[in-house]
Design a protein around this ligand. Structure first.
Ligand SMILES: [Zn+2]
Length: 386
């Protein structure tokens, strides 16, 4: 006998919210039955949405993606309890020996990852092939030039590499974009000082997406358009948004939503290991970072933003509060990043999809999480701050 379960609520479908129920069989959605469109009178009934997917996440709950295997499990468990059912552990610019060790660790961990944690979909490298001029909080000592880096240093990173940020204008940048794209890696244009033509060349060479739009890039100067403009006017380009209100003002979220096709916006956390832990200090990539009132900056007094501590459920809530529809916000946190990665087996409430689900309360806080058809025990300790 196959285990069956039914989940009732306000189902967040591709473009609408309907009252109905999902039938789960094993790890899949076996049936979607809808009664009627949801109305204000349905308040109190939970929202049921596809599980969130975070493609740019450096850590969570006191655990760094660049830490030990136990940290990867700890991060995955903590993320799952925030409704993130799949993710990419993300490294920042580091010496190649450390990046090789990170890649080896994640590759070895993926088949053994905790089944009560978010599922890893490979890994993401934010750097080291980025621009010194737009380095943000990356340690300049670890930024590398593709032209000066032998392939023997890059090749050990390729297996399992799902996404990498590259500045297209740096020497050898376009060649590296073409080569890695040819090997199936998704390229994110970012930490880049390219002008409009340079950024466009990056997308033409194989750039699929854009690292934390508006941050670490040439922006929306009306006489000197840069990466942000190239990303906004190129319909097929995906864009990452950190919707915490610190990285991009909410009024600019509206510009993004009116400019980009709805299926190209991705909410990301860019979260640091301290996310979910309150205020404090942490050293990342040799740089000290201070977290105060949910804002992460380099502790050198420069005020440079350095990642975030936002959870994706909060990002969804924030963009909805700013006027997004719930289906659009949920898609930006689930279906869109999956589509960017070429994954279509999850991310929608539809028959045959993997049953990765998140149940949200009226205020869009996470009430329940289902991973591959199994309800997550939210009370099980997940380590510090989980
Ligand atoms: Zn960054």
């Amino acid at each position: 006998m196959t285990p069956r379960a039914e989940i009732r609520g306000r189902l967040v479908l591709d473009a609408e919210v309907f009252v109905g129920r999902l039938t789960i069989e094993d790890d899949r959605i076996a049936a979607v039955d809808v009664d009627r469109q949801a109305t204000d009178g349905d308040e109190g009934m939970p929202f049921v949405a596809p599980g969130f997917v975070d493609v740019h996440c450096h850590g969570w709950g006191g655990h760094s993606a660049m830490g030990a295997t136990d940290d990867l499990d700890g991060m995955a468990r903590a993320l799952l309890r925030r409704g993130v059912t799949s993710f990419l552990p993300t490294a920042w610019s580091s010496p190649f020996a450390e990046l090789h060790a990170f890649a080896d660790r994640v590759r070895a961990w993926i088949p053994r990852a905790a089944d009560d944690g978010a599922q890893p979909l490979g890994f993401n490298l934010e750097g080291p092939f980025i621009s010194h001029a737009k380095k943000g909080a990356h340690n300049p000592a670890f930024i590398a030039s593709p032209a000066d880096t032998p392939w023997s240093q890059i090749e050990p990173l390729v297996d399992g590499l799902t996404l990498i940020t590259i500045a297209p204008e740096i020497p050898g940048g376009l060649d590296l974009i073409r080569r890695l794209r040819g090997l199936g890696v998704r390229i994110s244009i970012g930490h880049s000082a390219a002008d409009l033509a340079g950024a466009t060349a990056g997308y033409d060479a194989g750039g699929t997406t854009t690292t934390h739009l508006f941050n670490g890039m040439t922006g929306l100067d009306h006489r000197a358009p840069g990466v942000a403009v190239a990303a906004l006017i190129r319909d097929e380009a995906y864009v990452e948004l950190i919707a915490d209100g610190h990285h991009v003002h909410p009024s600019v979220w509206t510009i993004i939503e009116r400019t980009k096709p709805a299926d190209r916006l991705m909410l990301i956390s860019d979260a640091l290991s301290m996310a979910g832990m309150g205020d404090g200090r942490v050293t990342i990539g040799g740089q000290e970072i201070e977290i105060r009132d949910g804002r992460c900056t380099l502790a050198d007094g420069s005020g440079t933003l350095a990642g975030s501590v936002i959870a994706l459920d909060v990002a969804v809530r924030n963009v909805v509060a700013n006027g997004s529809s719930l289906p659009a916000a949920v898609a930006a946190a689930s279906r869109n990043p999956l589509a960017m990665l070429g994954l279509i087996d999850r991310g929608r409430l539809a028959v045959g999809q993997r049953a990765d689900l998140v149940e949200l309360a009226e205020d869009l806080s996470v009430r329940r999480v289902v991973r591959a058809g199994r309800t997550v025990d939210m009370d099980r300790p997940v380590g510090a701050g989980g």
